[in-house]
Design a protein around this ligand. Structure first.
Ligand SMILES: C[S@@+](CC[C@H](N)C(=O)[O-])C[C@H]1O[C@@H](n2cnc3c(N)ncnc32)[C@H](O)[C@@H]1O
Ligand SMILES: [Zn+2]
Length: 249
């Protein structure tokens, strides 16, 4: 059954510009609204990126795990006004197909509370102080990361020896030490995206036999076809890497 309740409204936020607020008490687990907008490619998103000098990190983009981007600035709805918080009361959940995103309450939310999700922005560039400032977070919660960028600690890898690296990667891709061996040669990685594309390259360039063994390990219950490398498997590896290199606040 579809729930047509309107749980939210838009008003000025004490944190930044406009924000989205609970109009009534919202029970944990409620699907509050969809994050709507035009689907664009990452290249189009780069071209459209904000040029507002006073707020260069300003964005209405939501990156799907497929790589596509939802641009809330075109055909968007109220969800585009939801601000980021490092201790959010909502979560942006992708559906199983990876095509749509819904804002879901992580806990009971009282009427009048501002709604937040953790943007967890992942960018390809090397994370410099300037970039961190550009994406500075003003949520001021005790566990604020100071930035709207994803809480990823790829620097952890630089302290690993090869054995530790292989062990860690086996958490994401079990029983395929040859992947770790080849990926190791491409260090250092500045971002998780960087490491992810290196892993995908190593897999793409593997022999048919190696690739078949890897696929059995990572998707033992799924029939495989080559198009899956970029979506299902790519997504699974990215989720694993994010988990592995997340900073626990
Ligand atoms: C999708 S908009 C959210 C709506 C925004 N308040 C507005 O009025 O345009 C995202 C932008 O809001 C700002 N923003 C959201 N959460 C923030 C936070 N915790 N700290 C600082 N700026 C934030 C950033 O400029 C970010 O790029
Ligand atoms: Zn914060």
């Amino acid at each position: 059954m579809t729930d047509n309740t309107i749980w939210h409204h838009v008003q000025e936020s004490p944190l930044h510009g406009l924000g989205v607020f609970a109009t009534k008490n919202i029970p944990a687990g409620t699907c509050i609204l969809e994050y709507c907008g035009e689907r664009i490619s990452p290249q189009e998103a780069d071209e459209l990126a904000s040029h507002d000098e006073s707020d260069p990190g300003h964005t209405f983009f939501f990156a799907l795990s497929s790589g596509e981007v939802i641009d809330g600035g075109q055909e968007g709805n109220d969800a585009r006004w939801i601000n980021h918080c490092c201790e959010p009361n909502c979560e942006a959940q992708e559906n199983d197909e990876g095509t749509n995103v819904y804002i879901v309450a992580l806990r009971d939310i009282n009427a009048g509370e501002e709604l937040f999700f953790d943007y967890g922005l992942v960018i390809d560039d090397v994370i410099t102080q300037e970039l961190k400032n550009q994406y500075k977070c003003l949520c001021a919660r005790p566990n604020c990361r100071g930035s709207m960028l994803a809480a990823l600690d790829i620097e952890k890898v630089s302290g690993f020896n090869q054995e530790q690296f292989t062990e860690q990667l086996a958490e994401v891709i079990p029983n395929t030490p040859w992947i770790a061996e080849r990926v190791w040669l491409f260090r250092p990685f500045s971002t998780v995206n960087d490491m992810h594309s290196c892993i995908m390259d190593v897999i793409t360039e593997a022999t048919d036999e190696e690739r078949a063994a890897f696929i059995r390990e990572i998707t033992p219950y799924h029939a495989y076809n080559h198009n899956h490398l970029d979506d299902v498997i790519g997504k699974k590896i990215m989720e694993g890497l994010k988990q592995l290199f997340s900073v626990k606040p």
